[in-house]
Design a protein around this ligand. Structure first.
Ligand code: HEC
Length: 121
């Protein structure tokens, strides 16, 4: 019985478009503090994405550095010392590294200046 439900659930999850899942993870976990285009209590997504893009042209490096940093935010490895000074260091959220890699890849691929999946306003 449980096995049957588990299979059904797995099939449902598998059929979710990969990008819908990433959009959900990002919007559910990051946009409470990071507005997409405006800096309020934390730098906007656009701002930190641009900063990371300047440092890492390659998607793999971008995703790897961002997910590792978000896993354990540290001032020494921050690319945004100005933001740390202004807002205080980002708290550790306790997500696993694979989830953070999915979220970072979504940030890399999404154009936040245009309408995109999961955006509400
Ligand atoms: C509780 C509020 C909060 C949440 C939730 C949050 N952040 Fe942050 N984040 C901050 C603040 C404040 C800063 C600016 C200070 C800093 O860089 O540490 C920041 C900075 C960052 C930076 C810049 C890092 C650097 O080099 O300094 C990245 C990248 C980032 N956040 C990604 C994310 C991602 C991805 C998520 C969702 C998984 C997320 N944040 C969720 C508050 C938050």
């Amino acid at each position: 019985m449980y096995v049957k439900y588990f299979l059904l659930f797995s099939i449902l999850v598998y059929n979710l478009q990969a990008n819908d899942m990433r959009a959900l993870l990002f919007h559910g976990n990051c946009t409470t503090c990071h507005f997409e285009n405006k800096t309020v209590s934390a730098p906007s997504v656009l701002e930190f994405k641009n900063r990371y893009m300047q440092a890492f042209k390659d998607k793999e490096d971008f995703v790897s550095y961002m997910s590792t940093w978000v896993k354990h935010p540290k001032e020494e490895t921050s690319l945004m010392h100005d933001a740390v000074k202004k807002h205080g260091l980002m708290p550790e959220l306790g997500y696993d590294i694979n989830t953070l890699k999915e979220i970072s890849a979504y940030i890399y691929e999404t154009d936040f200046t245009k309408h995109h999946e999961g955006h509400k306003d």
